[in-house]
Design a protein around this ligand. Structure first.
Ligand code: SF4
Length: 222
């Protein structure tokens, strides 16, 4: 878990607390910086997560940013997010989108999340090079379902840029526009986790600097 602390005049408060809620994942992405796949034996229990959410209420209600692994693989994810909502703690979540169906999208919408970010790592061939065969259509379908159901949360795409997909950034921006998401964020593959074993994906520093980092564009109002 990590947090950011903003210094005010004579006081300070956390604005965002990030937690990788599980290391369990349905994918085994070649660039995964946490080498996710199987759950860790010491992951927080539901009770401990409830305790964390209650502490956040006392700590000024910073945004709880939930990542993984794949958060949707935790059966208690919605219970934790619901508790956060009851506590007035805003929640954002990052997912690979594969498990998203109408029921899940509706539940997410009911929780009035702040943002939902889905990872897309290239057009079909390059996305599936790192994320596995058959993953592209499922992820895009997940985004389409979210786009249909989500009213309040900002729906974002995150691209982890690598040597193979860097030339596709303009097309990915057009894809994001076509899908009607709120923003697309481009970040380089980091030399961590499984990316170390797949270093053919890593960009040179010059090419990292060439990425229009964090390029956000908002084009729809929620
Ligand atoms: S990058 Fe995300 S989706 Fe891929 S293995 Fe890691 S946690 Fe899972």
């Amino acid at each position: 878990m990590s947090n950011e602390t903003v210094m005010g005049v004579g006081w300070e408060f956390p604005t965002r607390v990030s937690i990788n809620i599980t290391r369990r994942c349905n994918l085994r992405c070649k660039h995964c910086l946490s080498s996710s796949g199987l759950a860790d034996s010491n992951e927080l229990t539901t009770t401990e997560l409830f305790g964390l959410v209650d502490q956040l209420r006392e700590a000024g209600k910073p945004t709880l940013a939930i990542g993984g692994g794949e958060p949707l693989m935790r059966k208690d994810l919605f219970a934790v997010m619901a508790r956060a909502k009851r506590n007035g703690v805003p929640v954002s979540v990052v997912t690979n989108g594969i498990f998203v169906n109408e029921r899940i999208a509706k539940r997410m919408n009911d929780l009035e999340l702040t943002s939902i970010t889905v990872s897309v790592d290239g057009l079909k061939q390059n996305h599936e090079l790192v994320r596995g065969v058959g993953s592209f259509e499922k992820t895009i379908r997940g985004i389409e379902i979210l786009r249909e159901w989500i009213v309040t949360a900002k729906l974002n795409i995150r691209v982890t840029v690598n040597k193979r997909n860097i030339g596709e950034c303009p097309e990915l921006i057009r894809l994001a526009e076509r899908l009607g998401v709120h923003s697309i964020r481009l970040t380089p593959t980091l030399p961590l986790g499984r990316a170390l074993k797949n270093d053919y994906l890593l960009l040179s520093q010059d090419r990292v600097r060439a990425i229009p980092n964090g390029l956000p564009y908002g084009h729809r109002e929620h």
